[in-house]
Design a protein around this ligand. Structure first.
Ligand code: SF4
Length: 589
């Protein structure tokens, strides 16, 4: 009980003080009470035991990581199951408990493993955890990570996405107690299925098998693909597990339809894949799944570096993949790596310049991952033989600050340095807040990054009368791109990406259309239909941006405007006058 009284007092305190307070109330095993448990307890006990009645303010102040939803939507990341990957990249971790490239002690990966990599359970439990800590789960960006998406069996992909949508839809009807019960029943059914079809019935044996199957990058006797096929894929086939993880397109379409008006709507769907897995059919297929953005591993724009790192594709494939995705209106979220085998500080800088100087690339979003040395990666052999070594702190700072400084304002640097647990890094940089270090370094020289993330309005209040609409024009491999942004004193409140293609597209539905590739309004994610004064979302900026896009498209000679809408934004665009096509929505201008 004292914890709850202390909690009341803590309401006006900052998060570090709250952590201090929690340390005074450790659990019997010495661990701290999880903050989401604290919020749940507060929700249940407010108004009883001498506690004040429930207050939104309390929840707001207890919200642990408001930054997570300050980008306007709430991200929910789910991982696919461990499965072979066509890549043989020497820097890639081979943790056989995980889908390729992920490590079992990364927090997101642990969540996925706890949920048996089941999409329904992962999504449901994440929504619940986010709700418990006070986040809005009305607008969800669903990020599907793990290995190479396009390499998973087609039926698995349809099932995976269908289950994510089903979880969003079921969660939305939570206020009805019967629905809540049905949801948990459905979850335990899933769990039972997972247990029934696990590699062996005994979890201890599974653990042991996985431990002994650990891959040592210095002396690889079996590849990730071989071990994973043996441990998961083969038994699945024998046990019929893969038959259970399958769904028809019609089932997915039904869940998508439900999601259009669900409480938790999918406002963005992202998958990650390799450039050489992208062709016209694949682009259309991922669009049918409801995808709006693709994370694409560029890693380098130097053929020799790609070859040395055994990427299995060259720069030509990257150019082609970007072009096809652009022609279909997708947003492109690239991954680029520094410090790869065969590169250098000077080469990295030149490569980064090419990323934005060449119209064939110019990604919308970017993750910068300096190469880290992981024990299970083949790179260990190159390190041991002295062929490769990690950059010194000074070299890394030079590259990262150069990247920050040279990122154009239409690109969002979503991550700088991968958040790998330091215990997994054999040697090299273990600092995960490298972005801050590089920003401070730049600032000491009177410079700064102008990328989107550095300028986001977040929870800052602003004077709506002093906002401006600005446009940035640039060329891409398919035509002209206009980045229309709403700004207030160099802070970005929202933006729209308008594509004015001059290349003929293979997507019938988009022929002769200008395409809205993205609309994003920043600020704390708001419940659908709720307006909080001075905060960016629901301020009518979306409408202003669409109106401007109509004018610009018409001026460029287009008579039609299409949008690559996410399933959960279809209603929004219908209200703005767009009509449904097969995979896109359209407006005559
Ligand atoms: S394609 Fe991606 S996941 Fe596959 S091995 Fe290469 S880096 Fe790893």
């Amino acid at each position: 009980m004292p914890i709850f009284q202390a909690l009341e007092k803590a309401v006006d305190q900052s998060p570090p003080t709250l952590t201090k307070l929690l340390k005074k109330f450790t659990l019997p095993d010495g661990s701290l009470l999880a903050k989401d448990e604290l919020v749940t307890a507060y929700t249940q006990l407010a108004g009883t035991h001498d506690l004040a009645p429930f207050s939104e303010q309390v929840i707001k102040q207890l919200r642990m990581k408001p930054i997570r939803t300050l980008s306007g939507v709430t991200p929910v990341t789910v991982l696919t199951k461990p499965f072979p990957c066509p890549g043989k990249c020497i820097f890639c971790p081979s943790d056989v408990r995980m889908p390729k490239s992920y490590l079992s002690d990364e927090p997101g990966a642990q969540r996925a493993e706890r949920n048996w990599f089941d999409p329904y359970l992962q999504t449901s439990n994440r929504l619940q955890a986010l709700t418990n800590i006070g986040h809005s789960v009305d607008k969800i960006e669903l990020i599907v990570l793990g290995g190479t998406w396009s390499y998973y069996p087609a039926a698995y992909q349809v099932w995976f996405i269908k289950e994510c949508f089903r979880a969003l839809n079921d969660f939305g009807i939570k206020t009805d107690q019967t629905a809540v019960e049905a949801q948990y029943e459905a979850m335990s059914y899933q769990l039972k299925q997972m247990q029934l079809h696990a590699p062996t019935a005994d979890p201890a044996t599974n653990q042991q098998n996985l431990k002994s199957a650990k891959i040592n990058g210095e002396n690889i006797t079996q590849t990730y693909n071989q071990v994973v096929s043996e441990l998961y894929v083969k038994p699945e086939k024998l046990g019929g597990f893969d038959q259970y993880q399958t769904a028809a397109w019609a089932e997915l379409v039904a869940e998508q339809k439900r999601n259009e008006t669900a409480k938790s709507r999918c406002t963005g769907l992202v998958v990650e894949t390799r450039p050489d897995c992208i062709d016209e059919d694949e682009v259309l297929r991922i669009r049918r799944l409801g995808c709006t953005k693709v994370q694409l591993g560029f890693q380098s724009l130097d053929d020799e570096v790609l070859r040395l790192n055994k990427r299995g594709h060259g720069v030509k494939e990257i150019r082609q993949a970007v072009k096809l995705l652009r022609l279909a209106g997708f947003k492109i979220h690239a991954h680029w790596m520094a410090n790869l085998y065969g590169s250098s500080v000077a080469k990295d800088k030149a490569d980064y310049v090419k990323l934005f100087a060449d119209p064939d690339f110019r990604p919308d979003e970017l993750k910068i991952y300096p190469c880290s040395l992981i024990q299970s990666a083949e790179l260990m052999q190159y390190f041991k033989s002295g062929k490769w070594q990690p950059y010194s702190r000074e070299e890394l700072l030079e590259v990262i600050s150069f990247c920050l400084e040279n990122t154009p304002p239409y690109c969002r640097l979503t991550r700088v340095v991968r958040d790998i647990p330091s215990t997994d890094i054999v040697t090299g940089n273990k600092t995960t807040n490298f972005r801050q270090l590089a920003e401070s370094f730049l600032s000491s020289q009177g410079k700064s990054s102008q990328d989107i993330r550095a300028r986001e309005i977040r929870s800052t209040k602003f004077d709506s009368a002093r906002t401006l609409i600005e446009e940035i024009n640039y060329q891409t491999s398919v035509g002209q791109e206009i980045f229309i942004q709403v700004v207030n004193q160099n802070k970005i409140i929202g933006f729209l990406r308008l594509s004015l293609p001059h290349e003929a597209t293979f997507v019938d539905e988009l022929k002769d259309s200008a395409v809205i590739r993205e609309i994003h309004i920043y600020g704390q994610a708001q419940d659908i239909g709720k307006t909080e004064l001075d905060k960016a979302q629901h301020f009518g900026f979306g409408t202003q941006l669409i109106e401007r896009a109509k004018i610009l498209a018409a001026q460029a000679g287009f008579k039609k405007l299409a949008v690559i809408s996410a399933i959960g934004t279809r209603e929004y665009y219908r209200k703005k006058g767009f009509s449904d096509g097969e995979l896109y929505q359209h407006l005559v201008i």
